[in-house]
Write a protein that binds this ligand. Structure first.
Ligand SMILES: [Zn+2]
Length: 363
């Protein structure tokens, strides 16, 4: 029975997926390999409540063949061709599921279990200006650092080269990998070792964090203005039944949280917040934002109040809220690792273009 084989995979997925220190919203993914088949999380599924039937069974040899293939240089053409090959690597009967874009990367680890998460603690290091240097010093080279790379096929091919380099230097493939501005991979033949490796990484990084994120609310806020802005945003938001969540949050008096640190921040919060001031009013600000970017904002900042998270549904708004808090947390943690190093604008644009396309498709 396949579901029996995946019992441990489901359990470890639910455990990490249900822990906000590791995974928020639909983030992260897991896999298990057995007899030339890899079972990897399907897109659109969250680890917290995934069941055995939401893993895609894939032919490992077809996946590894992809790494020796020449794909187009151009981003869109390359990713479309790679996606088609990834779909073709699904076993018969799996056609209704779409593997995560990180499936090829999972296949690179010659270990049974792979757990990929986005912990804010790890991203404090991975989004720090001195992250790479300090990662080397903290873990004595046992944790492989992957520099910032576009997601998708490109990331898997960069990792393949780095994994081989790691093998040449260490006589084994890496079990712990930190992706710059992204997150953590832990791999092993046993779930127990994945837990031990992950705990060690979290504890060591935590021990170097000198400033905790303070989300205490502002005092003496103008609550009437907060309520008025909430109502205006709800009226202006281009959706039938939008949701706006107000967050009274003091961290925003600081100014360096407005750039995304990881791809998730772009996907769920968009690349830039709407700035609310009293010039021109909320209506003009919203119209200008949509005209300029082609989609509505997910986060609005109001000096002296905090931020508003919004979306077409309550879930979309709440996810934006959680991810924006995550970005702020990372910005604070990164101060302990040379200072915050958000995603460069060209990288952000690359991610955003995919998102704009998706939005257009949806409209
Ligand atoms: Zn990821």
């Amino acid at each position: 029975m396949i579901s029996e084989k995946l019992t441990q995979l489901v359990a470890v997925s639910n455990r990490y997926g249900g822990d906000a220190d590791y995974v928020l919203a639909g983030g992260g993914n897991t896999s298990f390999k057995d007899g030339g088949v890899m079972y990897v999380k399907a897109s659109g599924t969250s680890l917290a409540d995934i069941t055995a039937d939401r893993f895609v069974a894939m032919d490992m040899s077809k996946l590894s063949d992809m790494l020796n293939k020449a794909y187009p240089e151009e981003d869109e053409a390359r990713e479309a061709a790679a996606l088609a090959d990834m779909m073709a690597a699904r076993l018969p009967g799996e056609e209704d599921k779409r593997p995560s874009v990180e499936a090829i990367l999972h296949g690179l680890f010659p270990y049974k279990y792979v757990v990929h998460t986005h912990p804010a603690i790890v991203n404090g290091l991975s989004c720090g200006k001195d992250g790479e240097k300090l990662c080397g010093a903290l873990f004595n080279g046992a944790v492989l650092w992957i520099p910032l790379t576009k997601p998708g096929y490109i990331l898997a091919s960069v990792c393949a080269k780095r994994f081989n380099g790691f093998y040449e230097a260490n006589g084994e493939f890496p079990k712990q990998v930190i992706l710059q501005n992204h997150g953590l991979f832990a791999a092993s033949d046993t779930v127990e070792e994945i837990d031990a490796l992950t705990e060690n990484i979290m504890n060591r990084i935590k021990s170097r964090i000198t400033e905790d994120a303070d989300f205490s609310p502002l005092t003496n806020i103008d609550i009437d203005r907060a309520e008025r802005l909430s109502a205006e945003l709800r009226n202006l938001y281009p959706a039938e039944n939008p949701c706006v969540i107000y967050n009274n949050c003091s961290l925003l008096s600081l100014n360096n949280y407005i750039k995304p640190f990881t791809p998730d921040h772009i996907v769920y919060c968009k690349h830039t917040p709407l700035i609310l001031n009293n010039i021109g009013g909320t209506g003009k600000a919203m119209a200008d934002y949509i005209k300029c970017h082609g989609f509505p904002p997910r986060i609005a900042l109001a000096e002296g109040l905090g931020f508003f998270a919004m979306g077409e549904t309550a879930k979309e708004a709440e996810t934006a809220r959680l991810l924006f808090l995550d970005a702020m947390r990372i910005a604070v943690y990164a101060k302990s690792f040379g200072g915050p190093n958000p995603l460069p604008d060209d990288f952000t644009l690359f991610i955003l273009n995919w998102e704009v396309e998706k939005y257009r498709v949806k409209q």
